[in-house]
Design a protein around this ligand. Structure first.
Ligand SMILES: [Zn+2]
Length: 236
């Protein structure tokens, strides 16, 4: 799953906002593709609106809860290791402040400061908030901005749900005739938007991303539709 990592969050508040936005777009994309594949597959087997609604809604809930649980576990684990690293750092600062000051000086010098300036900067940072300085420079984390696992879980849940609603509504609202074309076209249009947006947020070439994204969605719908049609024809 895509969540802000240490390296990326070095971009500061803007960088981490963009990461969240990108994660949200990718989560919505997951919701669109997996639910579209599901409902188009069922539509290959049956015209029953109740069956489509049941399958689509079950897919939406299963997908969004699985995304949320996965995100909760992954962010909790990350947070645990960050807290553990901070605890070690706190102890070291208490037990060997001189060594820690030298360490901070080294790290700042490695980043291009002259020895004297690095020493001066390290002393000032240590005087103001030693733990925060070590957390940022040494561990690459901001102790005031650790990601909340519940936050991340909710964000994934919502992103997937928003994406999943599109194919679900597109398949159950129209009558049986135009049902499939409406769903396929609206899904492909949505995949243009999510592919383009995530590429722009990640500074990649949007055209390729859009084409790959549409191809992925079309493949998912094609495969499940074929499977559904075969099962429907076999009277399963
Ligand atoms: Zn340290």
């Amino acid at each position: 799953m895509t969540e802000p990592t240490h390296d990326e969050s070095h971009g500061g508040a803007l960088g981490s906002r963009l990461n969240w936005l990108r994660a949200a777009v990718l989560g919505a994309n997951d919701g669109i593709v997996s639910t579209a594949g599901l409902v188009v597959g069922v539509a290959g087997a049956t015209e029953s609106r109740a069956a489509l609604l049941t399958a689509g809604l079950a897919g939406l809930l299963a997908g969004s809860m699985s995304m949320a649980a996965g995100e909760y576990v992954s962010v909790s684990t990350q947070r645990d290791s960050e807290m553990a690293a901070l605890a070690v750092e706190r102890r070291e600062l208490r037990e060997q402040p001189e060594a820690e000051l030298r360490e901070l000086t080294e790290l700042l010098a490695e980043r291009g400061l002259s020895r004297e300036v690095a020493r001066e900067a390290a002393e000032q940072l240590t005087a103001r908030d030693a733990l925060k300085a070590h957390a940022r420079v040494e561990l690459g984390i901001d102790p005031d901005q650790l990601t909340d696992p519940w936050h991340a879980a909710w964000a994934s849940f919502l992103a997937f749900t928003v994406g999943a609603l599109l194919p679900l509504l597109a398949i159950v609202l129209p009558p049986p005739g135009p049902r499939l074309p409406v769903t396929v076209l609206s899904v492909l249009a949505a995949l243009v938007v999510t592919g383009w947006t995530s590429a722009r947020l990640g500074a990649a070439d949007p055209r390729r991303a859009v084409l790959r994204n549409m191809a992925g969605g079309a493949l998912a719908m094609g495969v499940t539709y074929a499977a559904g049609t075969l099962l429907g024809a076999a009277g399963v």
